[in-house]
Write a protein that binds this ligand. Structure first.
Ligand code: AMP
Ligand code: GLY
Length: 428
């Protein structure tokens, strides 16, 4: 069977790499893909929001399964648009429709969903232009740090946290009145600060049943020791020491089961991944956010640990048969180190020639912002590659990644040297 993966990041390279291993998969297409995905399959020069071109490509390439990598086409309603096409009745799609995608597309919708279904989360109040004065007053009733969240999609930049009450008020004004993220920040949530350690949990659901994928920890800040601005993710590790059996049982009972049951109760059809961003506060899970897709770079450590055939799991998801599926997880540790362009997450240059490094057993070099230009691979984004190392423990996995990174080079290549070290301190 032929498959199409939408997206251009390390996540999509990892999905293509894993799906290509299935004996049931014939051709893999990636749109638009990157300099790594075109070694696994065929890149199609189509943007992820170009619904018309996507429909044409699905038909022309006899695609049986479509996996939608990023959130934007989901929130914009790609799935609903495809479901209306009579030519595509047999197409299997991984990703929710527009309504389900609101779990990520609107923080207000997600918060109301969690409250309605008794899912532990930070308390929050919602503000907009009409009640912004109440927002300023509400901030005064809170203890710092103050957490402000733009309601809509803001490319991972919509959460502002500050210790300073005046800065928090100014942030509220810039979000709502200054339209910092346009319509996405016309509504803002002011949320209680959760003090704990973060964990990313992933499930596949067909709307009735679910399977839990390996958990991961992501490193969001640009600088070592978790300093500097937020990025899309500078590295990730799986498994995570504190996600032990007892904690994961709480996650399943208090978060995963009510989430899947809540979707069903609310009559929201959902076939795809749910990425649950959690805070572990004194061994209790609280949901920080839902994403309606896999994480990047988390996918680059999660999928190498899935032993089962991913195509079969996705087929069961799309057909509503996940209850009968089984998922086998590899016991080893995976870590990924993201190599970024100098200047990222601010301004950076593209088009730098990359020396892609040596092959090394137990290391998978995933591409993100790269493209092939005749015989060369050049940088084409902020996050350029994600080097995944596999080992019998965290130290071994991380060391393998760094060993290969020594042989990779381009002008301005930047990366964090402390991925996983906080978990080592916790005893992992
Ligand atoms: P999000 O875009 O929702 O993932 O939020 C970005 C980051 O802000 C998260 O990864 C957390 O580190 C932090 N964050 C979000 N909400 C809270 C909260 N209520 N308390 C503490 N930190 C938070
Ligand atoms: N790494 C975080 C995300 O994919 O949203």
């Amino acid at each position: 069977m032929n498959i199409l993966i939408l997206g251009a990041g390390g996540r999509e390279h990892a999905l293509a790499w894993k799906l290509k291993q299935s004996p049931k998969v014939d051709k893999v297409f990636i749109a638009p893909g990157n300099g790594g995905t075109d070694e696994v399959g065929t890149n199609l020069d189509i943007g992820v929001n170009d619904f018309a071109a996507i429909k044409t490509a699905l038909i022309a390439n006899q695609i049986a399964l479509l996996v939608i990598g990023p959130e934007e086409p989901l929130v914009k309603g790609l799935v609903d648009a495809l479901e209306q096409e009579s030519h595509l009745n047999d197409l299997m799609i991984i990703g929710p429709g527009k309504e389900g995608a609101q779990l990520e597309g609107s923080k207000d919708f997600a918060k109301q969903f969690m409250i309605r279904h008794n899912i532990p989360t930070a308390k929050a109040e919602v503000f907009h232009e009409g009640n912004i004065e109440e927002g300023y007053k509400f901030l005064e009733t809170l203890k710092p740090p103050y957490v402000l969240k733009a309601d809509g999609l803001a490319a991972g930049k919509g959460v502002l946290i500050t210790e300073d009450i005046n800065e928090a008020k100014q942030n509220l004004q810039e979000l709502i009145i200054g339209k910092q993220f346009g319509e996405a920040s016309a509504t803002v949530l002011i949320e209680e600060f959760l003090n704990g350690i973060e964990l990313s949990v992933f499930i596949l659901t067909d709307g009735e049943n679910y399977q839990v994928l390996p958990e991961a920890k992501d490193y969001k800040r640009i600088g070592e020791g978790d300093t500097g601005p937020n990025t899309g993710g500078m590295g990730a590790v799986s498994p995570v020491i504190f996600a032990d059996r007892i904690f994961m049982e709480k996650v399943e009972e208090k978060v995963i089961q009510p989430t899947v049951a809540g979707l069903k109760k609310d009559k929201i059809p959902y076939k795809g991944f749910v990425f649950i961003g959690l805070m572990n506060v004194e061994n209790e899970p609280y949901v920080i956010e839902y994403n309606v897709r896999m994480g990047d770079p988390e996918t680059e450590v999660v999928l190498p640990r899935v032993k089962s055939d991913l195509f079969e799991l996705l087929e069961s998801t799309a057909k509503g048969d996940l209850a009968n599926a089984k998922i086998e997880i590899e016991p080893f540790t995976a870590s990924t180190i993201v190599l970024v362009s100098e200047g990222y997450p601010g301004k950076y240059e593209k088009g730098k020639r990359i020396k892609t490094g040596k092959a090394f057993k137990g290391v998978i070099p995933f591409h993100a912002g790269t493209k092939r230009q005749s015989d060369e691979v050049v940088t084409n984004g902020g996050r350029v590659m994600a080097i995944t190392g596999l080992g019998k423990n965290l130290g071994e996995a991380v060391n393998k990644s760094y060993e290969v990174i020594k042989s990779i080079e381009w002008e301005g290549m930047t990366f964090r040297k402390d991925i996983g070290s906080d978990l080592v301190r916790l005893g992992q």
